[in-house]
Design a protein around this ligand. Sequence first.
Ligand code: DMJ
Length: 693
Amino acid sequence: MYPPNRKDFISLTLSDPHNNTYNNAKHRRQSCWRKWKQLSRLQRSLVLFLLALLLIFGLLSYPSITEQWRGASDREDWLELNDRDMKDLPPDVKSILDQAEGKALPPVAEPHVLPAVDPDAVAGAVVEPRGPIIPILPKPPIKNKNFPNKRGPPSLHKDGNISDTVGGEKEVQEVVREEEGEEEDKEKKVVSWRGAIIEADQATEPPPSASEREAAAPPAPADPADPADTVPSEVPTVAVDRLQAVCDAFRHAWKGYKDYAWGHDELKPISRSFGEWFGLGLTLIDSLDTMWILGLKEEFAEAKDWVEKELSFDKNVDVNLFETTIRVLGGLLSTYHLTGDQLFLDKAKDLGSRLMPAFKTPSKIPFSDVNIGKGTAHPPRWTSDSTLAEVTSIQLEFRELSRLTQDPQYQEVVNEVMKLVHKLPGKQDGLVPMFINTNSGQFTHKGVFTLGARADSYYEYLLKQWIQGGKTEEDLLQDYLQAVEGVKKHLVRQSGPSKLTFVGELSHSRFNPKMDHLVCFLPGTLALGAHNGLPEDHMDLAVQLMETCHQMYRQMETGLSPEIVHFNMQASEGQDVVVKPADRHNLLRPETVESLFYMYRFTKDPKYRDWGWEILHSFNNYTKVPGGGYTSINNVRDPVNPGPRDKMESFFLGETLKYLYLLFSDDAELLSLDKYIFNTEAHVLPIWPSPPK
Ligand code: DMJ
């Protein structure tokens, strides 16, 4: 036998004779070749045949291997693009890329995964960290006659959302198959969000019978205004389902609060616990008048009992003046008006007097925080500024407290704030900056104007104080009218593709097409002004803005609006509404349904009710927590994984559900807008009777 004439073989023989290192690989190759040569012809043929078979098998499986490869490398390209080029892309495109990839979720604690079958086990569930994001295409939406443009409810799996089930393709396919098999079942089930499927008959408490409803109707209030106005009159059949749906939603929310957060500020419905802000039972007090209006007699009685026996303001706690005024003082005054029960006025008086130290500042512009036990007040730690909306949106409540107690001190301090702001330089055509200094009494951070956070309710309270006081305070009216002109001139624009009218922001003469969901209070306020004799074009603007707020819900995959949107002003086609990754959350806010309520009351156009009905439906689909409560969510663009935040804000019960109920009620005399004004937390205060002439 001769060694084959191959270079490597030759090189072996020519290797450095002084190098004694043993070359194992080469030696093995050499001995293999020798062994091959020693085989018989038959043996060689057999080996070659087996090799050929292996080759054919390998070639047959080639497409699926390359497919997997291609998938992986596509994903790598995608990730590389994000990492490498994101900084060079226009912000809106970045946002779209982020959404497609689903990577830039807001940095919040991850929710618990709820097994639907054993709710008790949930209480002990632990927080599960999010796994790597695996792109999974959701199934085509289930067609829904009522909501043709919406996608279906979240793709659900009993053990949690599939995008969190990072178990490889096989596992995902199994989940999808299981879901397909369950398609029919879904019809019979009420779907909440990820990991949660509730049997329809468990989803809501059974509707009360007619006699139960009658029994639940609250007794006629001994009201200083007109008692008849506060008692829901008979509900026509056509509206019954929607009103009942609101009552069901309220009961579900209340059940969570009662079971896991009773007497505390806020329910954390996922962890079945509570959060404390001021330790004043915020949700309970915010809900009192809603329960009264909805006719939930038993729930109201239990809550009243807590107010009577447990609620004490004699505690060493710092509270925010604005939040405590609109939610607690407003809630107590409103409940007093509806029920005529002295308990609520006594509590309101006690709280009002404890809030007064906030006004002891050099400028008479109140501090943001008060210790209601110690009687001390201070600004936030980092500044001596107060937020403009906060110091100018406590007036309705303090003024009413003075009227009821015949003690002028409350009215005097808040009127003083309005007088100061009225004559302050630094406004731009009636638009006000967002901060005011408690020492100097001057605006700070001038040149930035918004109708959103930190300024919103200033405009709302200009109009509402004017109405509350019987339309006699001319400065308030002038400030309001001037501000609306300022809004039209500087902040109202239209989007490129669909010409949606929106309210943006101004920062040192630079327009920013950003609109907070908070701004959606504006259509309602403009409509209320027009109803009270202000220019008709206010109503035209209200109609246009209402459409835009509706689109902020409708264009989202969950049917729920994000916290902030940006409008596309350049392109003539494409999306009108752009949502940045950090702005995709929804906190169960009320502003849009609030405005829908006003718009329906003044126009009777049924589309406003339908829009509100869609919103309630979306809240039920994506924010309802099995076992009780509703939660804020992280991502309104992801119906598969909306990302519960584990918090039910008190205003969901105080405002959102109340406005939905009033929107669906056919009884226009139920809290007539000619007799009542709603504070910025939806608490009801009477319009003052005109003084005798
Ligand atoms: C409420 O507390 C009030 O409506 C306030 O004026 C704005 N923020 C919340 C609701 O979004």
